[in-house]
Design a protein around this ligand. Structure first.
Ligand SMILES: [Zn+2]
Length: 344
């Protein structure tokens, strides 16, 4: 099996990965497409720090760790076609287009399909999924687009966590894939005022295409000034930048009684002044990923055209193009979401 793997901080193509063999309950699938996620770029660049944080969080609970000195399989935003089921396993007929949350159950329990030395992800020709987790791509939806279910579900979940109601307005800070997913999900909830910010011209253009009322360049106007042009009073704010200092800036500048949903990932130490939040009674909510219901709901929303998702796809590459795609995503003005099509 061919797969792009992380080796010494670089994405390289291997053509000697052992063919995955489905156990009972598992299904062998052929990958149609897999989106490149910011967390993959982060592991490639700051793998050791990420592992140290994960270790700190796990504490004495143990759990399996990724060895960065060995090849690492990645790719958790995938769609696929069913090839064959493992023993005593029923699944969709071969050729059926499917997607799944990035988790697979095996004899050693559940494993996340994110970063692994042993479990193949979506940056390979074939991989194993759990029959029980498979969702059929609804008729009519391009199987390639079904790979956007995972990143879009992150926005659907963040919006659910915010408890935003029609009549309220939102501010989305950062228009990378996470911020854009929040904007699209807000539109499905009937939110009319959505102020977005990003330094990149192309990402601001994507933000308005995907439903933002106004997208501002922080060099020209702050989100808060833009907010006051559209609305009064508290906002529901989605922090999708994940840079150091962002949360404190939000607490300092947000309207009184705003709710803040932290969906951008700042994987390091950060500082904030609690008093800013206290003085304005800001509600601060952190969130991660989605649940199974939200994932399934997101696939349906994409399939029936209610959730705008395709504009964020800026290119599609083969396995040999993954290394260059990782580099291109480091300069986000050019690219937003790059899909890998390992069998194209
Ligand atoms: Zn992701």
């Amino acid at each position: 099996v061919r797969a792009a793997v992380l080796r010494n901080g670089e994405m390289v193509v291997r053509d000697d990965v052992p063919e995955p063999i489905p156990e009972a309950g598992q299904v062998l699938v052929e990958v149609v497409a897999c989106g490149i996620c910011g967390s993959d770029l982060h592991l490639a660049q700051h793998g050791a720090e990420m592992m140290a944080l994960a270790r700190e969080l796990r504490g004495e609970h143990g759990g399996n760790e990724v060895d960065l000195d060995r090849d690492v399989y990645m790719g958790h935003e995938f769609s696929a076609k069913v090839l064959k089921a493992g023993p005593q396993t029923t699944t969709f007929t071969p050729g059926t287009a499917v997607t799944s949350m990035p988790v697979v159950f095996g004899s050693e329990g559940a494993e996340n399909i994110a970063f692994s030395n042993t479990t193949l992800g979506g940056y390979g020709e074939r991989m194993l999924l759990s029959a029980a987790m498979l969702l059929e791509v609804p008729n009519g939806l391009d199987p390639k687009i079904a790979a956007l279910t995972e990143p879009m579900a992150v926005g659907v979940h963040a919006v659910n966590k915010s408890n935003i109601e029609p009549g309220e307005g939102a501010i989305v800070l950062g228009c990378g894939p996470v911020g854009l997913a929040c904007i699209a999900a807000l539109r499905t909830r009937g939110i009319e005022t959505i102020v977005a910010t990003d330094f990149s011209d192309s990402r601001r253009a994507l933000a308005t295409t995907m439903g933002a009322t106004e997208a501002v360049d922080p060099n020209t106007s702050t989100a808060w000034e833009a907010w006051r042009r559209h609305a009064r009073g508290p906002a529901v704010i989605f922090e999708a930048v994940g840079a150091r200092g962002m949360i404190n800036d939000v607490l300092k500048s947000a309207p009184r009684h705003s709710r803040v949903v932290v969906v951008g990932v700042c994987a390091g130490q950060d500082e904030l002044v609690p008093y800013f939040g206290i003085a304005k009674e800001i509600n601060l909510q952190f969130c991660l990923a989605y649940d199974r219901t939200e994932f399934e709901h997101t696939l349906g929303l994409i399939a029936n055209g209610e959730l705008e998702s395709t504009p964020m796809v800026t290119s599609t590459v083969g396995l040999a193009g993954v290394g260059r795609a990782f580099e291109a995503l480091g300069a986000p003005d050019e690219q937003c979401k790059i899909l890998v099509a390992p069998n194209a």
